[in-house]
Structure formats: C-alpha cells, structure tokens
Ligand binder design. Structure first.
Ligand code: 5AD
Ligand code: SF4
Length: 461
C-alpha cells in the first residue's frame, strides 16, 4: 500500500454514490495540460464527466506547478476560494472532493494537507492512474497524500485516449530530468528521466490522429534526451521517434518541447532538415549568457556552445524560429553578466521567449547560494530584457506581412465567423473562415502582425 493515510474522518463520511462532475484547473507547463486530459480520461470509467463550472463540480482538481514561488502562491489562494465553494455546496447538501495534483502536490504533499484542511486528496504526477481507487478511499472518509514514485508505469495503466476531439494535441513521451540545474525543482518533483517505449507512443499517436488530431507536440522535461525502447528493446533517439511518427499518414505536423542544448544530437538537427512534417520552430532554453552563471547553474554548456549550436541548427533549417527561456537575477549575477545575456539575445534573435526573475526554490542548491539578488534589481533587469525580446518578437511577426503561409485551423475565434490557427512557426493567426476549415491546413495571406498574433485572409490556391 503506497498511499499514506493522514487523518481519519476529518472530512466526514462521504456518500457511497460516485460524484459525477469533475472540474480541473491546470497551472504551469504543457505537461500539466496533457496530465489534466489524462486525469479526466482516467475518471470517465468511474462515472465522471468534465465541467467548466467549479460550482457544479463534485470533484475539484488543481493540477499545480512548483517551478516558481508565484505559481505555488496561486494554488494556495485558489484553495481559499475553493473552501468557500465547498462550504456553500455543503449548505445545499452537496459534497465536494478537493484534490491537489501535480508538482506542488509532489513537493509539498504534507504541507498542503496541514495548511489547507479543505483538501481531501493530494496526488503526485506518477499516480494519476490510481485516481478512481483513491477517490473510493476518500469516500470512506479518509484524507490521503499519495506522492510515491510507483514502479508501475502510469502511462500503461491509463485508459486509451477518449477526450474531446481536437486538431492539435500534446503527447508526453518522456518525463523527469537528470540534469539538476541548480535552480530547478523538476528533478525532485518529476523524478529521474524516464522515456516511454516507441510502440506505446505510436499507438497513442495513432489513436489521437484517428480522432482528428493533425498536429502533435511531443512533451518531455528534457524531451531531446528521449531514449525509449524500440521494437528490439534497444534505445531510440528523439530523431528516430520523429521519423517513425512521420509515417502516420494523416498526421501533418510534429513539434517537440522542451529541449536541452546538450542533447541536440546530430540526427535531431538533421531531422529538422529532412522531415517535412517537423515544424521549423525550436524551443531551446539558454537561461543565461554569462559562462560563470551558466556554470553555477550547472547547465553544462557555455554561451559560445549555444551560439555554435544555433548556427548548426540554422544551417540545417534556415527558416527555423528559435524560442528560449531566460532567468535574470540568478544568485551572484552582476550587471556585466546580465549584459552578456542581453548580448546573446541580440546575437541569436528570438521569435519568442519566456523570461523569469530567479525564484529560490526550497531544496534546490541555488536557493542556499550567496549573493541572492534584491527583487528590485531582478525586476529592472527583467524589464530591460523583456523590452528587447518584445522588439524581436514584433519584428519576427511583422516579417510575415504580405507573405502567404500555411495555417492549421484549430478552433473558433472570439469574433463570429473567425477561426484561429497556427503557422509552422507557432504564431497564432486570426482569419475569417468557415467552420469547415477546422482541422485543415489552408494558405493564408498575412495582413497584420502584433507581438502575439497575426491576422490574414484565406488565399485562393
Ligand atoms: N526561478 C526562475 N525561473 C525558473 N525556471 C525554472 N526554475 C526557475 C526558478 N527557480 C524557468 C527556467 C525553465 C523554465 C521552465 O522556468 O527558465 O527553463
Ligand atoms: Fe530543470 Fe530543464 Fe534543468 Fe532539467 S534541464 S533541471 S527540467 S531546467
């Protein structure tokens, strides 16, 4: 028995009949989006249907993120609001089971149970397949914290894909990380690197494509470190997996995220040249442009390694759009070192980027380092960096004005008669088009551009 019973009977005996509506709120990265879909799918056989109205939910799940302090604060503030909803539903004779899942659950399981009595169940990312069983135990009046890393592979224990039809889907191929960057909680919350077998991924991809998916984004905390087993049991690389998935006839586009510069193998770079279905967009975090900081971060690459890598990738696929993650104000970062980060951004030129103030995470080596930077300094560095990134992103997008680009239409837009799709470079495009265009790739003439999206008109072929 891997689950741990904390308290008996504090949430009161719950009725035997299963609750029917589940509300899931997802924080953080795409992997959590994927996990939330899988949790709902795991709950369907137990009689649940998803609702977008929390007040209507018999089961509320917060799928949480631990990467920065702010993400964690949001969870606790949501739990305050959920306490009110739970009380109000109880006054109407309705029971609400409150579950905290994801990385905060993994990292702070007991702390959550202590700080937030409203929570009935805390479940870590490796145990979602056990949700229906755990709910059974909750109904018997227990509170549970389940944060083991079980031996059984959760993926093979989860039911087949049954979620709503979609055009673009995520598919987790790898989880966990062995890199231990000194600022990062992922190796602790998601555990050691684990890659799913090729056959399992292909089966899931085929099921998604049969349900209408045309674009797949392969997910992993360190996705290009993928080393899952092939048919003969020996390890395959991410490039080999992409080649195999390219064979799925109705699958039109492939992407993958997030990559580490150290794991950009020659075959993966070549795949960007050779695989027409592999989209010309690559998210490749560099975190800092200063070698001393990169070493303190345990990134295992220098700024020049990154420059050379970007060159090689652009030689293989000249139109590739690069995206990155950057941290400002890592302990000990000087003004001159921050200037190195700005210089690297200017030299490489990014289509898109995510930038963050360093946030000390409990249990990580950097949290205890000397030279913690005052928040005001971090904030002003972040401002300066984001102004530069904004200019680059706008200029990347404006470069498309007047061009015709293939757009995969994903969903209805906010305005009537408009659809939203994506270019190969992951830009959002708003276009006036009939619903029949959903799920199709059509040429669009780009008319205008902003920092975050494009607009255009369907172009007669
Ligand atoms: N503080 C700030 N940013 C962080 N990231 C990861 N850990 C921290 C932290 N402690 C950023 C990194 C990573 C992205 C997902 O989040 O840039 O690539
Ligand atoms: Fe975290 Fe990414 Fe570093 Fe792994 S490689 S420790 S996930 S930042």
């Amino acid at each position: 028995m891997s689950s741990e019973e904390l308290l008996r009977g504090t949430s009161g005996a719950l009725p035997a009949a299963p609750p029917k509506k589940v509300f899931v709120k997802t924080f953080g990265c795409q992997m959590n989006v994927y996990d939330s879909e899988r949790m709902v799918e795991a709950l369907v056989p137990a009689g649940f249907a998803e609702t977008t109205d929390m007040a209507d939910a018999d089961l509320v799940v917060l799928n949480t993120c631990h990467i920065r302090e702010k993400a964690v604060e949001k969870v606790y503030s949501d739990l305050g609001r959920i306490r009110d909803v739970k009380a109000w539903r109880a006054a109407e004779g309705k029971t609400t089971i409150v579950t905290v899942a994801g990385c905060v659950a993994q990292a702070e399981g007991r702390e959550i149970a202590r700080r937030a009595p409203v929570v009935d169940l805390v479940v870590g990312p490796q145990s979602y397949h056990r949700l229906p069983d755990l709910l059974g135990e909750i109904r018997a009046g227990r509170r549970i914290v389940e944060t083991e890393f079980p031996e059984a592979d959760k993926f093979s224990a989860l039911p087949p894909r049954t979620g709503p039809r979609q055009t673009a889907a995520f598919l987790t191929v790898q989880e966990g990380c062995d890199k231990f960057c000194t600022f990062c909680v992922v190796p602790y919350t998601r555990g050691a690197e684990y890659s799913r077998a090729v056959a399992d991924i292909v089966a899931e991809a085929e099921a998604l494509v049969a349900r209408g998916v045309r674009e797949l984004t392969l997910l992993g905390q360190n996705v290009n470190g993928y080393h899952g087993a092939g048919a003969d049991g020996s390890a395959r690389t991410l490039a080999q997996l992409l080649v195999r998935l390219s064979d799925i006839a109705d699958l039109e586009r492939l992407r993958y995220v997030t990559s580490h510069p150290r794991d950009m193998g020659c075959d993966l770079i070549a795949a960007h040249r050779d695989l027409p279905k592999l989209m010309p967009y690559l998210h490749l975090p560099f975190q800092s442009g200063a070698d001393r900081i990169l070493a303190a971060m345990n990134r295992k690459h220098t700024a020049d390694d990154y420059r050379r890598l970007a060159d090689r990738i652009r030689k293989a696929r000249p139109d590739i759009a690069l995206s990155t993650d950057i941290i400002v104000g890592f302990p000990g970062e000087t003004d001159a070192e921050f200037a190195e980060t700005l210089r690297l951004v200017r030299e490489i030129g990014f289509a898109q980027a995510y930038s963050f103030k360093y946030s000390g995470r409990p249990g990580t080596p950097a949290a205890g380092m000397d030279g913690q930077i005052p928040d005001a300094v971090k904030a002003s560095r972040l401002d300066e960096l984001q102004s530069l990134l904004e200019v680059q992103q706008k200029s990347f997008n404006s470069g498309f004005i007047g061009q015709v680009v293939p757009v995969l239409f994903e969903r209805a837009g906010r305005r009537d008669g408009h659809l939203v799709g994506r270019t190969p470079y992951l830009q959002l495009v708003h276009v006036e088009a009939a619903m029949a265009a959903l799920g199709r790739i059509l040429p669009v003439a780009i008319a205008s551009a902003s920092q975050n999206s494009l607009t255009g008109t369907l172009h007669a072929a």
